[in-house]
Structure formats: structure tokens, C-alpha cells
Design a protein around this ligand. Structure first.
Ligand code: HEC
Length: 198
């Protein structure tokens, strides 16, 4: 026996009405938002990474797309959103071209830890190290030209200026002992951080 045809209880009526109001409100808000976006000439998301490619960098960019890197990585809106290691936008501000060239050829020797995918053998990205050296060089040049601005999530330096938010987070979450053990990256001059690129 089915009781689908029972009338709604008062509580159910209130619940469905409230849910319905939420849906209607969301639809209206969405329409207004689309309208504002269409009218506004400001970008919604500020572009915090940029790239200016040399000829070899251009070639590397094409290789990056056709040699399977984009199944696991992302750069310049191409590829997957799998995770942070996978996002290579701005990597040129964290790694030097020499490091990347060395990493692509001999991942294990240069990563500083065991690699998940790049290791030679049966791993999913094992083919990368076997690619022609001049192709890997072009890709390394391409990657080194993916620059991120200070304050971008992919930049080694936090945003310019004092941040009460960062200060309060550090105060709450970083144990006192860390202050003796680790330097605060914000105390360093930007160029000093740049020199530290491995
Ligand atoms: C099967 C997935 C996969 C593919 C394909 C792949 N990668 Fe990776 N890549 C990773 C993972 C995972 C890491 C982190 C290191 C590791 O564990 O292997 C990584 C790390 C890197 C790093 C170092 C990032 C850093 O700063 O630590 C670079 C550079 C890189 N990959 C470039 C490439 C290029 C160029 C290609 C294509 C020729 C490629 N990868 C193809 C998965 C992949």
C-alpha cells in the first residue's frame, strides 16, 4: 500500500515553502549577478599570473599540451584542476629554469623526495624523462616563463603590506617554538626569496 496521496502535514508545508523561497531567491540572485557581470568592465577575478613567451617558450607551450602534461597539470587555462602540485601557473616564480630542466630529465635525483608520477619505470608520467632533451629544454623554458605576481596563491611571497589577517593566523596557529626554528618569509626582501629558488 502506498501513502503517496496523503495530504502534506503543516510542518512539511512550511519546510517546502522555505525551501522554495530559497530556490526562487537563488535564481533571482543569479540573474542579477549575471546582469552585473555583463555590465561591469572590471574583471571578476584579478589576473595574478602572467606570461610573456620567447620563441622556445612558445614551442614548449605547444609541447606541454601535446605530450600529455595536461592530463595531470594545468597551465594557462589548459589542463586539469586536480590539485596544487598539478597547477604549474606561476611556477617560474618558484623554480628556476635549470631546476625544471634537471627535474624533467631526472625527477628522482632532483625532487628532494620520492615522486609519485614522474619516477622512471611504470609510473604514469615516466615517459616524460625519456622525451628528447631539446623538447624538455623547451618545456622548461616555457614553465620558467609562467610568472606569478606577489600575493598570488602560486607566488612564494604573500601580498604586499601589513595583513592583520595573516598576523592573527600566525599568532593563533604557529607554536612559539616555530618562531625560533623558522624565519618568517615576510621579513625577507623579495629578491632574497628569489635567490632561494632551488
Ligand atoms: C600522470 C600524471 C602526470 C603527468 C602526465 C605529468 N606530471 Fe608532472 N607531476 C605530477 C606529479 C604527481 C608531480 C609531483 C611530483 C611527483 O610526485 O611525481 C609532478 C611534478 C611536476 C613538476 C614539479 C613541480 C614542482 O614545483 O614541484 C614539473 C615541473 C612537472 N611535473 C612538469 C611536467 C611536464 C612538463 C609534464 C609533461 C611532459 C608532466 N609534468 C607530466 C604528475 C604528472
Amino acid at each position: 500500500m502506498s501513502n503517496n496521496s496523503q495530504p502534506l502535514k503543516p510542518g512539511e508545508k512550511i519546510l517546502f515553502t522555505v525551501a522554495g523561497v530559497f530556490v526562487v531567491f537563488a535564481v533571482i540572485a543569479f540573474i542579477i549577478m549575471q546582469f552585473v557581470i555583463a555590465k561591469s568592465d572590471k574583471p571578476i577575478f584579478e589576473q595574478k599570473t602572467h606570461a610573456n613567451f620567447s620563441d622556445e617558450g612558445q614551442r614548449g607551450s605547444a609541447l606541454f599540451r601535446v605530450t600529455g602534461c595536461t592530463t595531470c597539470h594545468r597551465a594557462l587555462r589548459n589542463g586539469t584542476n586536480m590539485g596544487q602540485t598539478a597547477d604549474l601557473d606561476g611556477i617560474g616564480s618558484r623554480r628556476t629554469m635549470a631546476w625544471m630542466y634537471a627535474f624533467l630529465q631526472e625527477p628522482e635525483k632532483n625532487y628532494g623526495a620520492e615522486t609519485i608520477d614522474h619516477r622512471a619505470g611504470e609510473r604514469a608520467a615516466a615517459h616524460v624523462a625519456l622525451m628528447p632533451k631539446e623538447d624538455l629544454h623547451a618545456i622548461a623554458v616555457f614553465l620558467s616563463e609562467l610568472i606569478s605576481d606577489q600575493g598570488s596563491s602560486s607566488a612564494p611571497m604573500p601580498p604586499k603590506g601589513e595583513s592583520p589577517f595573516i598576523d592573527s593566523m600566525v599568532k593563533t596557529w604557529a607554536p612559539q617554538s616555530w618562531k625560533d626554528k623558522y624565519p618568517d618569509i615576510r621579513d625577507k626582501k623579495p629578491q632574497a626569496v628569489g635567490e632561494q629558488k632551488p
